[in-house]
Design a protein around this ligand. Sequence first.
Ligand SMILES: NC(=O)c1ccc[n+]([C@@H]2O[C@H](COP(=O)([O-])OP(=O)(O)OC[C@H]3O[C@@H](n4cnc5c(N)ncnc54)[C@H](OP(=O)(O)O)[C@@H]3O)[C@@H](O)[C@H]2O)c1
Length: 226
Amino acid sequence: MPTVLITGANRGIGLELARQYAQAGWDVIACCRKPTEADALKALKGNVEVKALDVAKPASIAKLAVALKGRSIDVLLNNAGILGRRVGFGKAETKEFLGVMQVNVLGPLLMAESFWPLVKKSKQKKIVAITSGMGSISGGANGGSYAYRSSKAALNMVMKNLGNDLGGKGIATAAISPGWVKTDMGGKSAPLTVTDSAAGIIKVIASIDAAKSGGFFNHNGDTIAW
Ligand SMILES: NC(=O)c1ccc[n+]([C@@H]2O[C@H](COP(=O)([O-])OP(=O)(O)OC[C@H]3O[C@@H](n4cnc5c(N)ncnc54)[C@H](OP(=O)(O)O)[C@@H]3O)[C@@H](O)[C@H]2O)c1
């Protein structure tokens, strides 16, 4: 069966992605910062391996790369993300802004740099990231959330650029928005369940290939304008 590596798999959309891939028979390398506390993840049925990973720490990424040496990864799924404070204009803070960029932008890039050889060895050869409609520049940002919006726009560029750089190696990429989803991040008013969002994301991932690489998609398969 194919293998998927998922970051931030202990709760929210990442946990549901792990559940659905495992249910479909995939081998799931489910990564989270604190495996000892990841009870819901460890309770999943199927072939789920729980691994420690903090995408904000290059040493943690390097350690996982050593642990997975020799393996092959069909889908590298960069899901981990943080919102940061939803503050408006005039409230930017360096440490907080860079912290959001570190997790949401540099994390997925370093993951791709560390794991692309394992993706290249696989049959499906895909690297994807969970982005946000809030990262769409032409989508008419309505102010605020500077760090988060900027991070997802930058993540979109990372995924597009990776598509260019890794396309010659047969690797396809995509930036996929999950929609507005009921999670700790999305809150209770969100219209989408993790079940429907994750099911859509998995379908979109299945649809990408070398010919359909480097795009920005919604969870329902629609293309989103950059
Ligand atoms: N929910 C929405 O409406 C929505 C909308 C658009 C985009 N998204 C995106 O969808 C993705 C998942 O969001 P979610 O709603 O499931 O959020 P969530 O419920 O807040 O879960 C976030 C996940 O990311 C992990 N994470 C945070 N920082 C990390 C780090 N440094 N290293 C490794 N893992 C880290 C968290 O782990 P800990 O438990 O250790 O903190 C958690 O597993 C994110 O990229 C988010 O930006 C969500």
